[in-house]
Design a protein around this ligand. Structure first.
Ligand code: ADP
Ligand code: MG
Length: 392
């Protein structure tokens, strides 16, 4: 049974330091930590200029390392995908010889951040990456790796310390080196998370508002379905395109500016699928502001109801859920003391997030596992702090 965890950085840090000695024959002198995240509500709204409401996790990524005298960057990870080598080596970038993406794929997240780093020039260094965020589980192992890398570089060759620019540089790394046209949520929360708070992010203005979430009687339970349906890889870009198409048809810069009555009016000209995609986004943006307000008021019932509406909309209108996630949500909602539950992250597998009374957490995990046709992993978590340098 998962218990509330200690900040993940301490044991991970020890393992990463040992691995650095083994791999490079010398001690790491610098270390950085960046958390993964769970999004409480506001799914597929970030690239539509909408609101998102994530919190940083106690799970995250540690990067330890040391500068070297040569111009070479050598990095080892303890958790690559099964088909990939764990070590990579390449020359530090220079203006006339920038880095470019390649193989192994995981190294692109690191290379992209080095290339888009705002301090520098980045010298040669050795580093070990250690993470306890499940890869591809929807808890943003990718942003946690990017932000940990950036935070490490800030100690190696400081930049100006601008937090928004840091998050944007990490997002750019994911766009240009990992080929994933993600929104800003994952990098923002990994950089700016605060203990005991969720973070309402306005993805248009980039303004952020901390929303307290530290009630001891409350718990956030993440359930990993441990499935990841490999689709064609085009699902995410297709959803983005459909949202843009809907916004253009409505004469709006983005779906943030559209209302449900306006969408209804344009229904016949949109086609059913694009109409439903837009209905999800417009509804979800409104739900997310309402949810932040409910949290502010400690109105957990309303928050939970909005979570369930969000899940149903992702399942029926945006069509990014899957039977496993639907099962997990349905099982969670059968437990007394559960306020709400929904799929979280991009979809097609990964995790659900459940808001519940802390007292109900053990019972909920037992019930969900009994009802689930697969094997679930649970993380009982609380809102944690964003990225930081770790003193060695
Ligand atoms: P998510 O961010 O939801 O976990 P993504 O598909 O966006 O899923 O990112 C997962 C990818 O990020 C992995 O396939 C891997 O390439 C890379 N990655 C994340 N963390 C690590 C790590 N600690 N070591 C190596 N690669 C990592
Ligand atoms: Mg990711």
């Amino acid at each position: 049974m998962a218990e509330p965890q200690e900040p993940g950085s301490s044991s991970l840090l020890a393992a990463a330091r040992r691995a650095h000695e083994e791999a490079f024959g010398g001690a790491a002198v610098l270390a950085a930590w960046a958390p993964g995240r769970v999004n409480l509500i506001g799914e597929h709204t970030d690239y539509n200029d909408g609101f998102v409401l994530p919190m940083a996790l106690q799970l995250g990524t540690v990067l330890v390392g040391s500068p070297t005298q040569d111009n070479t960057i050598s990095i080892v990870t303890s958790s690559a995908e099964a088909d990939e080598p764990h070590k990579v080596q390449f020359p530090a970038p220079r203006p006339n010889s920038p880095l470019s993406p390649g193989l192994p794929r995981w190294a692109n997240y690191v290379k992209g951040v080095i290339q888009h780093y705002r301090g520098g020039p980045v010298p040669g260094f050795t580093a070990v990456v250690a993470s306890n965020v499940p890869l591809g589980g929807g808890l943003s192992s990718s942003a946690s790796l990017e932000v940990a890398t950036y935070t490490f570089l800030q100690q190696l060759c400081p930049d100006d310390g601008d937090l928004v620019a840091k998050a944007l540089a990490c997002q750019k790394a994911e766009h240009t080196f990992a080929g994933m046209p993600c929104g800003i949520m994952d990098q923002f929360i990994s950089v700016m998370g605060q203990e005991g708070h969720a973070l309402l992010i306005d993805c248009r203005s980039l303004e952020t508002v901390l929303v307290p979430l530290s009630d001891a009687s409350l718990a956030v339970l993440i359930t990993n379905s441990n499935v990841r349906h490999t689709l064609t890889g085009s699902e995410y870009p297709t959803r983005r395109r459909q949202c843009e198409e809907a916004a253009a048809a409505l004469g709006k810069a983005s779906l943030r500016d559209a209302t449900l009555p306006e969408l209804e009016e344009a229904r016949s000209s949109l086609g059913d699928e694009v109409f439903r995609r837009a209905r999800h986004v417009i509804g979800e943006i409104a739900r997310t502001s309402q949810a932040a307000q409910a949290l502010q008021n400690k109105d957990y019932k309303t928050f939970g109801k909005l979570m369930v509406e969000s899940h149903n909309s992702l399942r029926d209108d945006f069509e990014v859920s899957c039977p496993e996630l639907d099962e997990l949500v349905a099982a969670a909602l059968e437990v007394k003391g559960v306020y709400g539950s929904r799929m979280t992250g991009g979809g097609f597998g990964g995790c659900t997030v459940t808001l519940l009374e802390a007292e109900a957490a053990a019972k909920a995990q037992k019930h969900i596992q009994e009802k689930y046709s697969g094997t679930a992993t649970f993380y009982l978590t609380k809102p944690s702090a964003g990225a930081k340098a770790l003193p060695l």
